[in-house]
Design a protein around this ligand. Structure first.
Ligand code: NAP
Length: 255
């Protein structure tokens, strides 16, 4: 076990977190910094990233910021290629994601493509680019942020459910190929987390009540609830964990 026998330390590692500005990504970046990692924060734009980088530096780690729209596959590929040439990225957290809420018959082709681009294609491009370097070094961790909708169809979110199912499949496919090369690929599957992503659900009293009634833990998740599982999957404690999709859902899927 690495990191001086401290199973949950990621000291000396550099982590790239997408969607770091808000919600789960922000909590994951801070938790990884507290566990010893230096951070590269990826946003759609630079907005809000400087403050987070400052907060991470205040906790004694280094932090830099980069920006590219994950819907723009060529821009993602170009930035990732540059980053891979400049930095040794040990930990990749494919956290950024987007959602479009509409019945399937009302889902436009452009909304479908947008969700698939951001939630699936970008994760593959980043995993492929950084994973190749990790394999050359014989070490690395990739954590994809999936969803309980990697297992369920959800309500009025067909593109999102399809993308998150595919992300779970990609996690397993990459783990099959890369585990023997020292690269761990896993995912976390959050349940219902109080972030911008779920504002519309919490604003609807009926949906909000229905969701809460189904969560055995009796509360929505906080972003920090998900961050702990991400740190675990990045840490030496998870050395032998490959291709797993770890639900962090207050018991939602158990019901
Ligand atoms: P959030 O606060 O809305 O965060 C989403 C992040 O993704 C934002 O930082 C956003 O950046 C980034 N993002 C969205 N579209 C992007 C694009 N085109 N290019 C670059 N970045 C983009 O919501 P969250 O709940 O923390 O979501 C994080 C992940 O958790 C997502 O993959 C989501 O699907 C997943 N998840 C969330 C829940 C939940 O209940 N909240 C449940 C299961 C899974 P900007 O703000 O700059 O656009």
């Amino acid at each position: 076990m690495g990191s001086g026998g401290q199973p949950f330390s990621v000291s000396g590692q550099t982590a790239l977190v997408t969607g770091a500005r808000t919600g789960i990504g922000r909590a994951a970046a801070l938790a990884l910094a507290d566990a010893g990692a230096d951070l590269i924060l990826w946003g759609r734009t630079q907005e809000g990233l400087a403050e987070l980088a400052e907060e991470i530096r205040g906790r004694g780690r280094t932090a830099s910021t980069v920006a590219a729209d994950l819907a723009d596959t060529e821009a993602v590929r170009a930035l990732a290629t540059d980053l891979a040439a400049m930095h040794r990225i040990d930990l990749l957290v494919n956290n950024a994601g987007t959602i479009r809420r509409a019945d399937a018959v009302d889902t436009s082709w452009s909304d479908w493509r947008h969700v698939l681009n951001v939630d699936l294609d970008a994760a593959f491009v980043l995993a492929r680019t950084f994973g190749e370097r990790m394999l050359e070094r014989g070490a690395g961790r990739i954590v994809n942020v999936a969803s309980v909708l990697s297992f369920q169809g959800g309500v009025r979110v067909p593109a999102y459910a399809a993308a998150k199912h595919a992300l779970a499949g990609l996690t397993k496919a990459l783990a099959n190929e890369w585990a023997s090369g020292g690269v761990n690929v896993n995912a976390v599957a959050p349940g219902y987390v109080a972030t911008d992503n779920t504002d519309a659900l919490r604003a609807d009293p009926d949906r909000s009540r229905a969701i809460l009634d189904r969560i055995p833990a009796g509360r929505w998740a906080r972003p920090e609830d998900i961050a702990g599982a991400i740190v675990f999957l990045c840490s030496p404690a998870a050395d032998y964990v490959h291709g797993h999709v770890l639900a962090v859902d207050g018991g939602w899927l158990a019901r």
